[in-house]
Design a protein around this ligand. Sequence first.
Ligand SMILES: Nc1ncnc2c1ncn2[C@@H]1O[C@H](COP(=O)(O)OP(=O)(O)OP(=O)(O)O)[C@@H](O)[C@H]1O
Ligand SMILES: O=C(O)C1=C[C@@H](O)[C@@H](O)[C@H](O)C1
Ligand SMILES: [Mg+2]
Length: 175
Amino acid sequence: MTRIILIGYMGAGKTTVGKALSQSLALPFYDLDWYIEERYRRTIPQIFAENGENGFREIEQKILHEVAEFENVIISCGGGTPCFFDNMEYMNRQAQTVYLKASPDVLFQHLKMGKVERPLLKDKTEDEMKQYIRDSLAIREPFYSRAQYTLDVSLLENYDKIKDSVRLLRELLNL
Ligand SMILES: Nc1ncnc2c1ncn2[C@@H]1O[C@H](COP(=O)(O)OP(=O)(O)OP(=O)(O)O)[C@@H](O)[C@H]1O
Ligand SMILES: O=C(O)C1=C[C@@H](O)[C@@H](O)[C@H](O)C1
Ligand SMILES: [Mg+2]
């Protein structure tokens, strides 16, 4: 039975690489953020605005418990999922967990065009974003580093980065 969960900071590539990995393995792909949006018929920014971050985190845990029961799937979670409740221990019990690791500079490059859909970044200037990424990554790293596997994508060349990430993940997980 294959059940892989990708974790990591916002912009690390969990959704992009998770989708590509699922296509390469011909397995269904579940993205926690997308699943939440579909189930609750609201966007992530709307849920943050209406329920607050705490409300979002409760929804996120509930949906994690649903999706992490599925078999033969690739799952990408939200950037904050591992850092709340006992979500990280739960994921490690349920699945093979992989930390997609990237440096603050690479994360900033990935995120600078995608601020609007990420409520934690949307009101920040570029300088504030850089600082926020550095500070919050330092807080989150101890959670992420509890994953069973780590793939550092910082050093991959932009050209064919997604394909390379998939190849390296398949090597790492023997798939
Ligand atoms: N390995 C990669 N190669 C090329 N581009 C990437 C890679 N990882 C991320 N990107 C780019 O960075 C952006 C953010 O990636 P993505 O949405 O997959 O991140 P995420 O980890 O799912 O973030 P979030 O936690 O906010 O859901 C995308 O536009 C994507 O094209
Ligand atoms: O890192 C985070 O806390 C988040 C990441 C996104 O995937 C979304 O789950 C949301 O924008 C919060
Ligand atoms: Mg994502």
